[in-house]
Design a protein around this ligand. Structure first.
Ligand SMILES: *Cc1c(COP(=O)(O)O)cnc(C)c1O
Length: 432
Protein backbone atom coordinates (compact mmCIF):
# COMPACT_ATOMS: atom_id res chain seq x y z
CA UNK A 1 0.00 0.00 0.00
CA UNK A 2 1.25 3.45 -0.89
CA UNK A 3 0.30 6.73 0.70
CA UNK A 4 -0.22 9.87 -1.35
CA UNK A 5 -0.59 13.58 -0.62
CA UNK A 6 -4.09 15.10 -0.73
CA UNK A 7 -2.52 17.90 -2.78
CA UNK A 8 -1.27 15.38 -5.34
CA UNK A 9 2.03 17.17 -6.02
CA UNK A 10 4.40 14.75 -4.28
CA UNK A 11 5.26 11.15 -5.14
CA UNK A 12 3.38 8.36 -3.36
CA UNK A 13 5.43 6.76 -0.58
CA UNK A 14 5.33 3.63 1.53
CA UNK A 15 3.93 3.67 5.07
CA UNK A 16 7.36 3.94 6.64
CA UNK A 17 8.11 7.22 4.90
CA UNK A 18 4.69 8.73 5.57
CA UNK A 19 5.16 7.74 9.22
CA UNK A 20 8.60 9.35 9.48
CA UNK A 21 7.77 12.55 7.64
CA UNK A 22 4.24 13.34 8.80
CA UNK A 23 3.47 15.77 5.99
CA UNK A 24 4.19 15.23 2.30
CA UNK A 25 6.84 17.50 0.70
CA UNK A 26 4.05 19.46 -1.06
CA UNK A 27 2.61 20.32 2.39
CA UNK A 28 -0.39 18.00 2.00
CA UNK A 29 -1.64 15.32 4.39
CA UNK A 30 -0.96 11.73 3.46
CA UNK A 31 -3.91 9.43 2.67
CA UNK A 32 -3.95 5.77 1.59
CA UNK A 33 -3.84 5.35 -2.19
CA UNK A 34 -7.09 3.34 -1.93
CA UNK A 35 -9.24 1.80 0.80
CA UNK A 36 -8.88 -1.98 0.74
CA UNK A 37 -12.09 -4.01 1.00
CA UNK A 38 -12.58 -6.35 3.91
CA UNK A 39 -14.51 -9.62 3.62
CA UNK A 40 -18.09 -9.45 5.04
CA UNK A 41 -17.59 -12.67 6.94
CA UNK A 42 -15.50 -10.71 9.46
CA UNK A 43 -18.79 -9.49 10.89
CA UNK A 44 -20.56 -12.86 10.96
CA UNK A 45 -21.72 -14.25 14.30
CA UNK A 46 -19.56 -17.32 13.66
CA UNK A 47 -16.35 -15.28 13.47
CA UNK A 48 -14.11 -14.81 16.49
CA UNK A 49 -12.44 -11.48 16.78
CA UNK A 50 -10.79 -9.08 19.20
CA UNK A 51 -9.47 -5.55 19.02
CA UNK A 52 -6.05 -7.10 18.39
CA UNK A 53 -7.19 -9.38 15.57
CA UNK A 54 -8.88 -6.46 13.81
CA UNK A 55 -5.62 -4.59 14.34
CA UNK A 56 -3.69 -7.28 12.50
CA UNK A 57 -6.24 -7.28 9.67
CA UNK A 58 -6.00 -3.50 9.23
CA UNK A 59 -2.20 -3.67 9.35
CA UNK A 60 -2.18 -6.35 6.68
CA UNK A 61 -4.27 -4.04 4.47
CA UNK A 62 -2.33 -0.83 4.94
CA UNK A 63 1.11 -1.77 6.25
CA UNK A 64 2.05 -4.83 4.24
CA UNK A 65 5.74 -3.87 4.53
CA UNK A 66 5.71 -5.16 8.12
CA UNK A 67 5.85 -8.96 8.00
CA UNK A 68 2.99 -10.99 9.43
CA UNK A 69 5.10 -12.42 12.27
CA UNK A 70 5.75 -8.93 13.64
CA UNK A 71 2.21 -7.53 13.33
CA UNK A 72 0.69 -9.45 16.22
CA UNK A 73 3.49 -8.40 18.54
CA UNK A 74 3.19 -4.70 17.64
CA UNK A 75 -0.57 -4.73 18.14
CA UNK A 76 -0.24 -6.60 21.42
CA UNK A 77 2.27 -4.08 22.76
CA UNK A 78 0.26 -1.09 21.58
CA UNK A 79 -3.13 -2.05 22.99
CA UNK A 80 -2.85 -3.28 26.53
CA UNK A 81 -6.37 -2.10 27.42
CA UNK A 82 -9.90 -3.01 26.27
CA UNK A 83 -12.23 -0.98 24.01
CA UNK A 84 -15.68 -2.19 25.05
CA UNK A 85 -19.00 -1.24 23.50
CA UNK A 86 -21.51 -0.56 26.26
CA UNK A 87 -25.22 0.09 26.14
CA UNK A 88 -26.27 3.49 27.47
CA UNK A 89 -29.98 3.22 26.68
CA UNK A 90 -32.08 1.58 24.00
CA UNK A 91 -30.41 2.24 20.67
CA UNK A 92 -27.61 4.32 22.21
CA UNK A 93 -24.26 2.58 22.54
CA UNK A 94 -20.93 3.98 23.74
CA UNK A 95 -17.68 2.86 22.18
CA UNK A 96 -15.45 3.36 25.22
CA UNK A 97 -12.14 4.58 23.85
CA UNK A 98 -10.84 5.92 27.16
CA UNK A 99 -9.38 2.92 28.97
CA UNK A 100 -5.77 3.66 28.00
CA UNK A 101 -3.12 5.20 30.28
CA UNK A 102 -4.13 8.85 29.78
CA UNK A 103 -7.86 8.08 29.74
CA UNK A 104 -8.59 9.49 26.28
CA UNK A 105 -8.92 7.99 22.80
CA UNK A 106 -5.64 9.53 21.63
CA UNK A 107 -3.84 6.73 23.51
CA UNK A 108 -4.94 4.24 20.84
CA UNK A 109 -3.26 6.06 17.98
CA UNK A 110 -0.25 7.36 19.90
CA UNK A 111 0.69 3.91 21.22
CA UNK A 112 0.37 2.30 17.81
CA UNK A 113 2.49 5.02 16.23
CA UNK A 114 5.14 4.58 18.94
CA UNK A 115 5.36 0.84 18.33
CA UNK A 116 5.55 1.05 14.53
CA UNK A 117 8.08 3.88 14.60
CA UNK A 118 10.27 1.99 17.07
CA UNK A 119 9.97 -1.13 14.89
CA UNK A 120 11.44 0.62 11.85
CA UNK A 121 14.08 2.45 13.93
CA UNK A 122 15.36 -0.78 15.46
CA UNK A 123 15.58 -2.44 12.07
CA UNK A 124 17.42 0.55 10.62
CA UNK A 125 19.58 1.02 13.73
CA UNK A 126 18.57 4.65 14.11
CA UNK A 127 17.41 6.84 16.97
CA UNK A 128 15.02 9.78 16.71
CA UNK A 129 13.99 12.63 18.93
CA UNK A 130 10.35 13.58 18.63
CA UNK A 131 9.27 17.15 19.33
CA UNK A 132 5.66 17.87 20.22
CA UNK A 133 3.96 21.12 21.15
CA UNK A 134 0.80 20.51 23.11
CA UNK A 135 -2.12 22.33 24.63
CA UNK A 136 -2.82 19.28 26.79
CA UNK A 137 -4.22 15.97 25.61
CA UNK A 138 -1.98 15.20 22.63
CA UNK A 139 1.21 15.69 24.62
CA UNK A 140 0.13 13.36 27.39
CA UNK A 141 -0.97 10.61 24.99
CA UNK A 142 2.30 10.90 23.05
CA UNK A 143 4.41 11.01 26.24
CA UNK A 144 2.77 7.88 27.60
CA UNK A 145 2.64 6.14 24.24
CA UNK A 146 6.40 6.57 23.73
CA UNK A 147 7.47 6.04 27.35
CA UNK A 148 10.31 3.46 27.45
CA UNK A 149 9.88 2.68 23.75
CA UNK A 150 13.34 1.81 22.36
CA UNK A 151 15.30 4.17 20.07
CA UNK A 152 13.05 7.18 20.73
CA UNK A 153 13.37 10.30 22.87
CA UNK A 154 10.43 12.66 23.23
CA UNK A 155 10.56 16.36 24.01
CA UNK A 156 7.15 17.82 24.88
CA UNK A 157 6.67 21.58 25.03
CA UNK A 158 3.70 22.89 26.95
CA UNK A 159 2.66 26.39 27.98
CA UNK A 160 3.27 27.08 31.67
CA UNK A 161 0.09 27.56 33.67
CA UNK A 162 -2.18 27.09 30.64
CA UNK A 163 -2.98 23.40 30.90
CA UNK A 164 -4.70 21.51 33.69
CA UNK A 165 -2.65 20.16 36.62
CA UNK A 166 -3.67 16.66 35.61
CA UNK A 167 -2.53 17.12 32.00
CA UNK A 168 0.78 18.55 33.21
CA UNK A 169 1.36 15.65 35.60
CA UNK A 170 0.58 13.13 32.84
CA UNK A 171 3.50 14.50 30.79
CA UNK A 172 5.92 15.81 33.36
CA UNK A 173 6.26 12.93 35.83
CA UNK A 174 7.44 10.15 33.50
CA UNK A 175 11.14 10.98 33.06
CA UNK A 176 13.58 8.53 31.36
CA UNK A 177 13.13 9.06 27.58
CA UNK A 178 10.32 11.63 28.04
CA UNK A 179 11.53 15.21 28.51
CA UNK A 180 8.94 17.83 29.40
CA UNK A 181 9.69 21.49 28.76
CA UNK A 182 7.52 24.00 30.57
CA UNK A 183 7.56 27.04 28.32
CA UNK A 184 7.02 30.53 29.72
CA UNK A 185 4.54 31.50 27.04
CA UNK A 186 1.45 30.36 25.13
CA UNK A 187 0.64 27.27 23.09
CA UNK A 188 1.41 29.32 19.98
CA UNK A 189 4.89 29.99 21.37
CA UNK A 190 5.38 26.24 21.84
CA UNK A 191 4.33 25.59 18.24
CA UNK A 192 6.63 28.33 16.98
CA UNK A 193 9.57 26.86 18.91
CA UNK A 194 8.94 23.43 17.38
CA UNK A 195 8.79 24.96 13.90
CA UNK A 196 11.98 26.96 14.45
CA UNK A 197 13.77 23.88 15.73
CA UNK A 198 12.66 21.73 12.79
CA UNK A 199 13.92 24.46 10.45
CA UNK A 200 17.43 24.26 11.97
CA UNK A 201 18.99 21.77 9.57
CA UNK A 202 22.14 21.14 11.59
CA UNK A 203 20.22 20.37 14.74
CA UNK A 204 17.68 18.24 12.87
CA UNK A 205 20.50 16.19 11.39
CA UNK A 206 22.46 15.94 14.65
CA UNK A 207 19.53 14.73 16.73
CA UNK A 208 17.45 13.11 13.98
CA UNK A 209 14.52 15.32 14.92
CA UNK A 210 10.94 14.74 13.84
CA UNK A 211 7.45 15.41 15.14
CA UNK A 212 4.38 13.33 16.02
CA UNK A 213 1.38 15.52 15.51
CA UNK A 214 -2.17 14.34 15.07
CA UNK A 215 -2.10 14.31 11.27
CA UNK A 216 0.43 11.46 11.15
CA UNK A 217 -0.85 8.34 9.33
CA UNK A 218 0.64 6.32 12.19
CA UNK A 219 -2.12 7.71 14.37
CA UNK A 220 -4.92 7.69 11.78
CA UNK A 221 -4.74 4.08 10.58
CA UNK A 222 -5.07 2.46 14.04
CA UNK A 223 -8.24 4.46 14.68
CA UNK A 224 -9.97 2.55 11.88
CA UNK A 225 -9.50 -0.60 13.97
CA UNK A 226 -11.78 0.30 16.86
CA UNK A 227 -14.69 1.18 14.58
CA UNK A 228 -14.54 -2.30 13.04
CA UNK A 229 -14.35 -3.72 16.55
CA UNK A 230 -17.26 -1.53 17.75
CA UNK A 231 -19.56 -2.58 14.90
CA UNK A 232 -18.56 -6.21 15.43
CA UNK A 233 -19.51 -5.98 19.13
CA UNK A 234 -22.86 -4.42 18.25
CA UNK A 235 -23.69 -7.43 16.08
CA UNK A 236 -22.16 -10.19 18.17
CA UNK A 237 -22.51 -9.02 21.78
CA UNK A 238 -25.78 -7.11 21.45
CA UNK A 239 -27.21 -9.03 18.48
CA UNK A 240 -28.21 -5.78 16.75
CA UNK A 241 -28.17 -6.32 12.99
CA UNK A 242 -29.34 -2.88 11.83
CA UNK A 243 -26.56 -0.68 10.46
CA UNK A 244 -25.59 1.88 13.13
CA UNK A 245 -25.10 5.61 12.74
CA UNK A 246 -21.69 6.51 14.17
CA UNK A 247 -21.49 9.77 16.12
CA UNK A 248 -18.03 11.25 16.58
CA UNK A 249 -17.37 14.22 18.89
CA UNK A 250 -14.88 16.07 16.74
CA UNK A 251 -12.20 18.75 16.76
CA UNK A 252 -9.56 18.06 14.13
CA UNK A 253 -11.76 15.36 12.55
CA UNK A 254 -9.14 12.62 12.50
CA UNK A 255 -11.36 10.31 14.50
CA UNK A 256 -14.32 10.85 12.16
CA UNK A 257 -12.11 10.33 9.10
CA UNK A 258 -11.10 6.92 10.50
CA UNK A 259 -14.77 6.02 11.03
CA UNK A 260 -15.62 6.82 7.40
CA UNK A 261 -12.62 4.77 6.24
CA UNK A 262 -14.01 1.81 8.22
CA UNK A 263 -17.33 2.03 6.36
CA UNK A 264 -15.68 2.37 2.97
CA UNK A 265 -13.64 -0.73 3.78
CA UNK A 266 -16.87 -2.67 4.17
CA UNK A 267 -17.93 -2.29 7.80
CA UNK A 268 -21.73 -2.51 8.13
CA UNK A 269 -22.35 1.14 9.03
CA UNK A 270 -25.22 3.46 8.04
CA UNK A 271 -24.09 7.06 8.25
CA UNK A 272 -22.19 9.46 10.45
CA UNK A 273 -22.73 12.46 12.66
CA UNK A 274 -20.05 15.14 12.90
CA UNK A 275 -20.74 16.40 16.43
CA UNK A 276 -18.98 19.57 17.52
CA UNK A 277 -19.15 22.12 20.31
CA UNK A 278 -19.61 25.78 19.41
CA UNK A 279 -16.56 25.48 17.13
CA UNK A 280 -18.90 24.46 14.35
CA UNK A 281 -17.04 25.16 11.10
CA UNK A 282 -17.71 21.64 9.77
CA UNK A 283 -21.48 21.51 10.55
CA UNK A 284 -21.59 24.95 8.94
CA UNK A 285 -19.71 23.67 5.89
CA UNK A 286 -22.15 20.76 5.55
CA UNK A 287 -25.10 23.16 5.74
CA UNK A 288 -23.83 25.94 3.47
CA UNK A 289 -21.20 24.25 1.31
CA UNK A 290 -18.74 26.98 2.29
CA UNK A 291 -15.76 26.32 4.54
CA UNK A 292 -14.80 29.31 6.67
CA UNK A 293 -12.02 28.55 9.16
CA UNK A 294 -11.91 30.90 12.11
CA UNK A 295 -10.21 31.33 15.49
CA UNK A 296 -11.39 28.77 18.02
CA UNK A 297 -13.46 29.67 21.07
CA UNK A 298 -12.98 28.02 24.44
CA UNK A 299 -15.60 25.51 25.60
CA UNK A 300 -16.03 22.79 28.23
CA UNK A 301 -15.06 20.15 25.67
CA UNK A 302 -11.71 21.85 25.13
CA UNK A 303 -9.98 19.06 23.18
CA UNK A 304 -12.48 19.91 20.41
CA UNK A 305 -11.78 23.66 20.37
CA UNK A 306 -10.49 23.75 16.82
CA UNK A 307 -11.32 26.49 14.32
CA UNK A 308 -9.49 25.09 11.29
CA UNK A 309 -9.68 21.29 11.40
CA UNK A 310 -6.76 19.75 9.54
CA UNK A 311 -8.42 16.44 8.64
CA UNK A 312 -11.20 18.10 6.66
CA UNK A 313 -8.70 17.92 3.78
CA UNK A 314 -8.73 14.12 4.10
CA UNK A 315 -12.54 13.94 4.12
CA UNK A 316 -12.76 16.23 1.11
CA UNK A 317 -10.22 14.05 -0.65
CA UNK A 318 -12.34 10.97 0.05
CA UNK A 319 -15.49 12.67 -1.28
CA UNK A 320 -13.70 14.12 -4.31
CA UNK A 321 -14.22 17.61 -2.99
CA UNK A 322 -18.01 17.31 -3.26
CA UNK A 323 -20.00 18.60 -0.30
CA UNK A 324 -23.16 16.90 -1.69
CA UNK A 325 -21.38 13.57 -1.61
CA UNK A 326 -20.28 14.25 1.96
CA UNK A 327 -23.85 15.16 2.97
CA UNK A 328 -25.01 11.71 1.80
CA UNK A 329 -22.77 10.18 4.44
CA UNK A 330 -22.99 12.59 7.34
CA UNK A 331 -24.86 15.24 9.21
CA UNK A 332 -23.36 17.99 11.33
CA UNK A 333 -24.65 18.89 14.77
CA UNK A 334 -23.26 21.61 17.01
CA UNK A 335 -23.90 21.52 20.76
CA UNK A 336 -23.57 24.47 23.17
CA UNK A 337 -21.81 24.40 26.55
CA UNK A 338 -25.19 24.71 28.26
CA UNK A 339 -26.55 21.68 26.39
CA UNK A 340 -23.37 19.77 27.27
CA UNK A 341 -23.90 20.33 31.00
CA UNK A 342 -27.57 19.45 30.63
CA UNK A 343 -26.70 16.21 28.83
CA UNK A 344 -24.27 15.12 31.55
CA UNK A 345 -27.01 15.79 34.09
CA UNK A 346 -29.84 14.09 32.17
CA UNK A 347 -27.79 11.01 31.30
CA UNK A 348 -26.70 10.63 34.92
CA UNK A 349 -30.31 10.82 36.13
CA UNK A 350 -31.54 8.33 33.55
CA UNK A 351 -28.73 5.80 33.62
CA UNK A 352 -26.40 6.50 36.56
CA UNK A 353 -23.53 6.87 34.06
CA UNK A 354 -21.28 9.92 34.07
CA UNK A 355 -20.24 11.28 30.67
CA UNK A 356 -17.21 13.45 30.07
CA UNK A 357 -17.97 16.76 28.30
CA UNK A 358 -16.70 15.52 24.89
CA UNK A 359 -18.76 12.34 24.94
CA UNK A 360 -21.75 14.38 26.17
CA UNK A 361 -21.59 16.43 22.95
CA UNK A 362 -21.90 13.19 20.99
CA UNK A 363 -24.73 11.77 23.08
CA UNK A 364 -26.64 15.03 22.81
CA UNK A 365 -26.28 15.00 19.01
CA UNK A 366 -27.50 11.39 18.86
CA UNK A 367 -30.56 12.15 21.01
CA UNK A 368 -31.44 15.09 18.82
CA UNK A 369 -31.35 13.01 15.64
CA UNK A 370 -33.10 10.03 17.25
CA UNK A 371 -36.00 12.34 18.09
CA UNK A 372 -36.20 13.90 14.66
CA UNK A 373 -35.46 11.04 12.35
CA UNK A 374 -36.38 7.88 14.26
CA UNK A 375 -33.09 6.45 13.10
CA UNK A 376 -31.41 3.72 15.15
CA UNK A 377 -29.12 2.43 16.51
CA UNK A 378 -26.36 4.91 17.33
CA UNK A 379 -22.75 4.20 18.31
CA UNK A 380 -21.21 7.22 20.01
CA UNK A 381 -17.43 7.46 20.29
CA UNK A 382 -16.80 8.00 24.01
CA UNK A 383 -13.53 9.89 23.72
CA UNK A 384 -12.52 10.56 27.34
CA UNK A 385 -13.04 9.38 30.91
CA UNK A 386 -15.13 11.81 32.99
CA UNK A 387 -12.50 11.72 35.77
CA UNK A 388 -10.29 13.90 33.57
CA UNK A 389 -12.79 16.75 33.77
CA UNK A 390 -13.97 16.87 37.40
CA UNK A 391 -14.73 20.63 37.39
CA UNK A 392 -17.15 20.43 34.46
CA UNK A 393 -18.80 17.26 35.71
CA UNK A 394 -19.29 18.76 39.17
CA UNK A 395 -20.84 21.83 37.62
CA UNK A 396 -23.25 19.64 35.67
CA UNK A 397 -24.21 17.31 38.51
CA UNK A 398 -24.11 19.83 41.36
CA UNK A 399 -22.12 17.38 43.44
CA UNK A 400 -18.48 16.33 43.71
CA UNK A 401 -17.33 13.31 41.71
CA UNK A 402 -14.92 10.59 42.74
CA UNK A 403 -11.68 10.90 40.81
CA UNK A 404 -10.12 7.56 39.76
CA UNK A 405 -7.37 6.37 42.12
CA UNK A 406 -4.75 6.37 39.35
CA UNK A 407 -5.34 10.09 38.80
CA UNK A 408 -5.17 10.88 42.52
CA UNK A 409 -1.78 9.14 42.75
CA UNK A 410 -0.55 10.94 39.66
CA UNK A 411 -1.21 14.33 41.24
CA UNK A 412 1.24 13.50 44.05
CA UNK A 413 4.16 12.50 41.85
CA UNK A 414 7.16 14.87 41.55
CA UNK A 415 7.13 17.09 38.48
CA UNK A 416 10.27 16.62 36.38
CA UNK A 417 9.87 19.32 33.74
CA UNK A 418 12.52 21.86 32.82
CA UNK A 419 11.36 25.47 32.66
CA UNK A 420 12.49 27.51 29.65
CA UNK A 421 11.83 30.96 28.25
CA UNK A 422 9.96 31.04 24.93
CA UNK A 423 13.17 31.60 22.97
CA UNK A 424 14.81 29.42 20.36
CA UNK A 425 18.24 29.67 22.04
CA UNK A 426 16.81 27.91 25.11
CA UNK A 427 15.48 24.86 23.29
CA UNK A 428 18.58 24.71 21.15
CA UNK A 429 20.85 24.54 24.20
CA UNK A 430 18.55 21.92 25.73
CA UNK A 431 18.88 19.72 22.64
CA UNK A 432 22.58 20.27 22.02
C1 LIG B 1 -8.70 15.06 20.54
C2 LIG B 1 -10.02 14.80 21.16
C3 LIG B 1 -11.23 14.90 20.44
C4 LIG B 1 -11.26 15.32 18.98
O1 LIG B 1 -10.76 14.35 18.12
P1 LIG B 1 -10.38 14.73 16.61
O2 LIG B 1 -9.83 13.50 16.02
O3 LIG B 1 -9.37 15.84 16.70
O4 LIG B 1 -11.63 15.18 15.96
C5 LIG B 1 -12.42 14.58 21.07
N1 LIG B 1 -12.44 14.22 22.38
C6 LIG B 1 -11.31 14.14 23.12
C7 LIG B 1 -11.42 13.76 24.56
C8 LIG B 1 -10.07 14.40 22.54
O5 LIG B 1 -8.95 14.32 23.29
Amino acid sequence: MKFQSVLGKSPAVRFRDALFHGLAPDGGLYVPAYLPHLPQRLFDPSSHHSLQSFGEIVMESFIDEIPEVDRAELVRRAWTFPVPLSKLEDNLFLLELFHGPTLAFKDVGARFMAQTLSYFLQREQQRVTILVATSGDTGSAVAHGFFRVPNIDVVVLYPSGKISKLQEQQMATLGENIHALEVEGTFDDCQRLVKETLADRDLVAARNLTTANSINVGRLIPQVVYYLWGVYQLRIVFAVQEYPTIVVPSGNFGNLTAAVYAKYMGAPVGGFVAATNENDVVPEYLASGIFTPRASVQTYSNAMDVGNPSNLARLQNLFNGSVEHMRHEMEGVSVTDEETLEEIHVTYQRTGKILDPHTAVGVRAARLLAQNGGRKPFIIAATAHPGKFPEVVEKALGQPMTVPQALVELLDKPKLSVRIRAEYAEIKSFLS
